[in-house]
Design a protein around this ligand. Structure first.
Ligand SMILES: NC(=O)c1ccc[n+]([C@@H]2O[C@H](COP(=O)([O-])OP(=O)(O)OC[C@H]3O[C@@H](n4cnc5c(N)ncnc54)[C@H](OP(=O)(O)O)[C@@H]3O)[C@@H](O)[C@H]2O)c1
Length: 206
């Protein structure tokens, strides 16, 4: 698939590396192609194209937002007509939010009028996105939320392409904020409780 990764920082470059290795074509959509983050990302994903947000979105089947959440308020105007594209919100509204919306997911749904918005890739650290495989455990788990099931199925496959063991369906649009709280739980354990960022969630059943 053609995938636009909006933002080329920690999360953008981590996801782009895995998706590129799985055979997808990456278009980074950036505000400044000469920025240190854009240059570093293009070195990490050698065949990725560095483009404007508008151009990256035009080329893409799937668009992943990896900027601070409030940036979506400005990004939407640059994205063009994305009504037929899957939009993935990987942000967390922890310190800032796209007022008056509670999360970037809600802003994207309201401002793009797209039904194909999925929350995913927000619930673990970027190091786990770069390498989701733990010795003895295999691929760690990812989680996604949103009410459009076909879009979620595509996103679940992308998570598996990157190397996540499973991408659990967390529920519909009503579970998006819970999935951000779940991300906060990872941040709490990894950072506030001091267990370190090489820590991941995996669902087990019996
Ligand atoms: N870090 C993690 O482990 C982690 C895990 C899960 C989710 N998240 C979420 O993922 C998002 C990104 O985190 P990150 O750690 O990747 O941040 P980061 O390394 O600072 O990268 C942010 C990227 O967003 C771009 N950006 C910022 N404002 C923008 C704007 N107004 N328009 C266009 N691009 C803009 C930056 O571009 P410039 O280079 O031009 O500044 C940069 O490429 C955040 O919402 C965070 O909550 C982070």
């Amino acid at each position: 698939m053609n995938i636009a990764v909006i933002g080329s920082g920690n999360v953008g470059s981590a996801l782009a590396q895995g998706l590129y290795k799985a055979g997808h074509t990456i278009f980074f959509g950036v505000r400044d192609a000469a920025s240190a983050k854009a240059e570093k990302a293009s070195g990490l994903v050698s065949n990725a194209k560095i483009a404007s947000v508008a151009e990256a979105c035009k080329q893409a089947d799937v668009i992943i937002i990896t900027t601070p959440p409030e940036a979506v308020l400005n990004l939407v105007a640059q994205m063009g007509d994305v009504s037929n594209k899957i939009l993935i919100d990987a942000t967390n509204s922890i310190r800032t939010r796209p007022e008056p919306y509670p999360t970037a997911f809600h802003a994207l749904k309201a401002l793009t009028k797209s039904d194909k918005v999925v929350k995913c890739f927000n619930s673990t650290g970027f190091e786990n996105m770069t390498n989701p495989v733990y010795p003895n455990f295999g691929g760690i788990d990812m989680f996604c939320a949103g009410s459009d099931k076909p879009s979620k199925a595509t996103v679940q496959q992308l998570a598996k392409d990157i190397g996540f063991g499973e991408c659990w369906d967390f529920g519909g649009d009503d579970k998006v904020e819970l999935l951000e709280k779940f991300a906060l739980s990872w941040i709490n354990l990894a950072i506030m409780q001091g267990h370190g960022r090489n820590l991941a969630f995996k669902v087990i059943k019996r």
